[in-house]
Ligand binder design. Structure first.
Ligand code: PMV
Length: 322
């Protein structure tokens, strides 16, 4: 077997991961909770090649030379090379099926697909939880993309990170919610999540209170999902997102991910709720706004948000070998 192809979906956090207690292992300061998204993700073909003197990475047909992306890949593949005692380098061909700049986390789906493909091609038999720990070393949020439905990433306590992996709390069938991604174009360069987290930890006066709050908030969000309480979920997921951003904005220099359109969409979500539609927003490290809604209200929301570039999704299954 010389080539393996895997697909991993992207995920969006309702309880955000923001802060690292260990930067080299990507151990988070707080637990987080996400939903795995349908359709949008990364397909990765991994080919072992004895003639290569280093790993090579192609994304959507273009060779990537960016050291930070190559390091993430190397961290994952080195783990499999050590576990399998096979010192063979790989060619990685990844295709993201969502538009560039859509604000979907390509590192989450990319590193999850790579981890799954590598476990097969290096023939290393590990549990999903162990694979989640390896994906986490590539990119924190990737550890959640291996799982289906509603996914909790427990921060863990151990220094070696073996208890810091994700798990599926519920499948998509537990509570079917729809997702609408409002793509806000941003010309300016955005601070990457790792740089953003490190700057926040080092300079934001609110970081300590954020980490305490975030742990509590993650339990509240889990509780809202257990009970399928849309109003509690809306309230807590929005507070969680805004507090993460407020904490980042208080850094020095300030980290602003919002654009004017981001705020415009937030106001519109408030308006929609006033007229009785079940919808809330969440925003990652970028200007795009992700709406989560009751499927009975999706059509009306699409009509009301028709001036924006919308991508439609729902909750789905996790990564798989193709
Ligand atoms: O896994 P990273 O390094 O891409 O960080 C993800 C950070 C957020 O998307 C803002 C929050 C999250 O939990 O996904």
């Amino acid at each position: 077997m010389n080539s393996v192809t895997a697909f991993a979906p992207t995920n969006i956090a309702l309880a955000k991961y923001w802060g690292k207690r260990d930067t080299s292992l990507n151990l988070p300061s707080n637990s987080s909770l996400s939903i795995t998204l349908d359709h949008f993700g990364t397909t990765t073909k991994l080919t072992l090649n004895k003639n290569l003197t280093q790993d090579s990475l192609f994304i959507n047909g273009n060779e990537i030379h960016n050291p930070s992306s190559l390091n993430k890949i190397k961290n994952v593949l080195n783990t499999f090379r050590n576990l399998s005692n096979q010192n063979i380098y790989a060619q990685i061909e990844s295709e993201n099926n969502f538009p560039t700049g859509a604000g979907l986390a390509s590192s989450a789906s990319g590193l999850a697909a790579l981890t799954l493909a590598a476990s097969k091609i290096y023939n290393v038999d590990l549990t999903l939880d162990q694979l989640s720990c390896i994906a986490r070393i590539g990119s924190g949020s990737a550890c959640r993309s291996l799982y289906s439905g509603y996914v909790l990433w427990n921060r863990g306590e151990l220094a070696n990170g073996t208890d810091s992996h994700a798990k599926s709390l519920y499948s998509k069938a537990h509570w079917e919610l729809d997702v609408l991604i409002c793509v806000v174009n941003s010309e300016s360069k955005i601070t990457g999540s790792t740089d953003g987290m490190i700057l926040t930890q080092n300079t934001s006066p609110y970081f300590e209170s954020w980490t305490k709050y975030a742990e509590q908030s993650c339990s509240t969000i889990q509780n809202a999902i257990d009970k399928k309480d849309f109003s509690l979920l809306s309230q807590e997921a929005e507070a969680n997102c805004l507090r993460m951003h407020a904490c980042a904005m208080a850094s020095n220099p300030a980290i602003f991910y919002f654009k004017p359109q981001t705020l415009e969409i937030i106001s519109k979500v408030y308006e929609m709720r006033k007229i009785g539609l079940d919808v809330f927003f969440t925003i990652d490290a970028g200007p795009n706004v992700v709406l989560v809604c009751n499927p009975n209200h999706t059509k009306e929301l699409i009509r009301n948000f028709s001036q924006y570039h919308l991508l439609q999704s729902k909750i789905s299954d996790g990564a798989r070998i193709l």
